[in-house]
Design a protein around this ligand. Structure first.
Ligand code: HEM
Length: 462
């Protein structure tokens, strides 16, 4: 009798615990082992409210309580957050292949964009072929040198716009002009045309479509957290994305028509074939990858320089020493501009353009730093938090380019305290030497407005 009573009361207790766990989104342990710690979530939505308005900041705030490897649940999606250089090193050095998948959001499936994309391609033959192509295009010295004049032309245009803007408006929005310059630069590099051309309607239309795509791609979408809602597309994000992406793809197809007909991409031995449709998606992706990221970095660099006159003066002095007063800056000067390079690194440390990198996905169940990580868990690496970690950096919140001057720390994915371009297999293909070439996102909330002043010399750097 006592035994029966004991079993009854234990079963009731167990049920109550399970119910509470379910209702509170509990996830302390599963059958395969201990999951990483993390805040208890709410029924159904899990930890969505823990993300706050600035997710990389809100998640860093949780690190003190839960440590550098946390697990949260967004709806039905398990998500691991990595927030220290040690945990990042463990991930990229010893688990890179396991975490080389990508989570594909519902919006990315519009127009089957994900099938052509490199950034959200699953690790495999297609990704390998396209990544190789992309790295080759970005790094072959000969090609980079051949296109110097195109970059010069785009930068000269930007300076002209800024001068005109300064005359009519006084202060100019730095990010706006830098974005247009980047956009035109990519148009020239990939399609041999000025996209921001007063004579053409396609450029502004393309710009508008890209803007819409980027806004939609960043919008929180319940269909990502509850996959059973995907068919319903409750916020109509996929539908709107279908329209915006459709328009972007149509415009790029028009630009590329003759080129695609004359070229067959990626048909060498051991390479996956790239269809015309996928080639167009890739071109569009280069615009996403190459505009917001570089624009936000330059805007932040200018902001930091304007609020630190001493640093600005050091940059000016270096430019005066290396470039002198009678000619303008050339790309070949960049390798001698050590302080300017340190300014760029310091900007990327404090303001990485993609604070969580591009989300990875665990391709199988695995054990990470003693924790069980189930297959399909999304992995976010908080590069923003890691760049500000006082265990890795002295006086981490201050903008001090000097810390990089006599240091060999670079952004190529070998120094895990500084990973603005990611690391491992999925590292950004744009991590080539700055001395060869100056070059998804965290733009300033309040755009930088600055008063440009022209240098007095004829070929001045403005
Ligand atoms: C300041 C400039 C840039 C920053 C900070 C940046 C940052 C990043 C980051 C953090 C990732 C994710 C890496 C990971 O998952 O570990 C990435 C991937 C990528 N970036 Fe960049 N990026 C920049 C410029 C560019 C440019 C100019 C292009 C192309 C023209 C580009 C194309 C890509 C592509 C295609 C991927 C996906 C690579 C893959 O999944 O294998 N990025 N970038």
């Amino acid at each position: 009798m006592e035994l029966v009573g004991f079993l009854w009361s234990s079963s009731i207790c167990l049920l109550a615990v399970l119910l509470i766990q379910f209702l509170r989104g509990g996830k302390a342990r599963n059958s395969s082992g201990q999951l990483p710690p993390g805040p208890r979530g709410w029924p159904l939505v899990g930890n969505l409210f823990d993300l706050g308005e600035v997710p990389h900041q809100a998640l860093l705030d949780l690190k003190e309580k839960y440590g550098p490897v946390m697990m949260l649940k967004f709806g039905a999606m398990n998500t691991v957050i990595i927030q220290s250089s040690k945990a990042a090193m463990e991930m990229f050095k010893n688990h890179d292949l396991t975490y080389s998948g990508r989570t594909i959001t519902d919006a990315m499936t519009a127009c089957k964009y994900h099938e052509g994309s490199l950034a959200v391609a699953q690790y495999g033959p297609y990704w390998r072929t396209v990544k190789r192509l992309c790295i080759t295009a970005l790094t072959i010295n000969k090609r980079v040198n051949e296109t110097i004049s195109l970059r010069r032309k785009s930068i000269d245009k930007m300076i002209q716009w800024i001068e005109e803007g300064a005359k009519t408006q006084g202060g100019v929005q730095v990010g706006h002009y830098v974005f247009l310059m980047n956009f035109n630069l990519l148009g020239n590099l990939m399609m041999s045309r000025d996209l921001i051309d007063p004579q053409s309607n396609e450029g502004p239309e393309f710009l508008k479509a890209m803007d819409k795509i980027m806004i939609l791609a960043g919008q929180p979408n319940v269909a990502n957290y509850f996959p059973f809602l995907k068919w319903l597309d409750p916020q109509r994000i996929r539908k709107k994305m279908d329209e915006a992406l459709g328009q972007g793809l149509r415009i790029v197809t028009g630009f590329l028509k003759e080129r695609i007909e004359n070229q067959k991409l990626g048909e060498g031995e051991g390479q996956a074939k790239i269809s015309d449709k996928n080639a167009v998606s890739l071109m569009l992706e280069m615009f996403f990858g190459g505009t917001e990221t570089t624009t936000s970095t330059i805007e932040w660099a200018m902001t930091e320089l304007l609020r630190s006159p001493e640093t600005m003066n050091k940059v000016r002095r270096e430019l005066a020493d290396v470039v002198g007063p009678n000619r303008r800056l050339e790309e070949s000067d960049i390798e001698k501009l050590h302080y300017l390079q340190a300014v760029v690194k310091e900007t990327l440390r404090l303001h990485p353009a993609i604070p969580f990198l591009i989300p990875r996905r665990a391709v199988k169940d695995n054990i990470f730093m003693g924790y069980h990580i189930p297959k399909d868990t999304q992995v976010l690496v908080n590069a923003w938090a890691i760049g500000r970690d006082q265990d890795s950096w002295d006086d981490p919140l201050s903008f001090k380019p000097e810390r990089f001057v006599a240091s060999d720390i670079d952004y190529k994915g070998q120094h895990f305290e500084f990973i603005p371009f990611g690391a491992g297999r999925r590292i950004c293909p744009d991590t080539i030497d700055m001395k060869e070439r100056m070059g998804i996102t965290l733009r300033k909330n309040v755009p930088l407005k600055a008063l440009p002043k022209k240098r007095s010399v004829h070929y001045g750097i403005n």
